[in-house]
Design a protein around this ligand. Sequence first.
Ligand code: F6P
Length: 311
Amino acid sequence: MGEGINDYTKNIVDLRRHMWMAGVEEELRRLIWQIAVVGKYISAKIHEANRKLAGFKNIYGEDQLSLDRAADEIMKNQLQYSGFVREYASEELREIVKTGSGRGKYIVAADPLDGSSLVETNLAIGTIIGIHKEAILDKGRNTMAAALYITYGPLITMIYSAGKGAHEFVLNREGEYVLAQENIVMKEKGSIFSPGGLRRDWLPGHQKFVEHLEKEGYKLRYSGGFVPDINQVLIKRGGLFTYPALLKSPRGKLRLLFELQPMAFIMEQAGGMATDGKDDILSLKVENINHCSPVYIGSRAEVELAKQFLV
Ligand code: F6P
């Protein structure tokens, strides 16, 4: 007998089932699910942009929003009616905006489409989300209830953590996010590194640290997209991503709220680490929505080693 549809679905753990089995609180579960669905809409937008690149014209001849603004509109509009979100902060907006009735339990910090300039090169790009329980500014550890990111690559994948490990899902042909890897655990040490910034702008300690990794035989892996670069370290279960302090920008390039906190949350849940070269990313107070920080994130050995070179 062939496999019936029931046998097929019985063996699949989709995102909702996984969160339920993992005991994620109901409102948080529903919010994460809604954001994962937004990922499908954003991927449809990316597909539309790709059709334009391939010579298809917009049939209505209207002005199109840039892809990252369009992704932000989709995210903002969906969360407006989620019932669970009281404030929305986005990499695309100048300030934090109230959303829904203003009484939702959570605050969402979103980078709706990170690395959108890579679309035309056909490299992977992503969405990054931090879900906070408390005010997001001037707070450090413990304001986050969950984090997730979505990669739009040859496959669409989603990694989430609601504080009970980090788990990977793949969007299948039926439109379900199905469990690919549960409880991703980082090795103590990896063999790849992803260093951002120009070498000539690095500070001496960082320069020596990178030279050390090169001598040790670490392979260079840098796509210019934060989501796929982090995803590579996480899925390979080891290695390091860094965007360091630069001579002219001592706080580096990447934003705490939209990029670093969510990835640090997920990396810690997988047993890895994330620091600014000294302190844990999740212990830093976010001064304003554009607050940037240097970052060293990945397996523990490399992140600890960086500290020694940066003193
Ligand atoms: O913050 C946007 C971003 O494109 C990240 O996705 C990426 O890690 C970084 O900037 C790349 O910066 P650079 O172009 O300086 O390597």
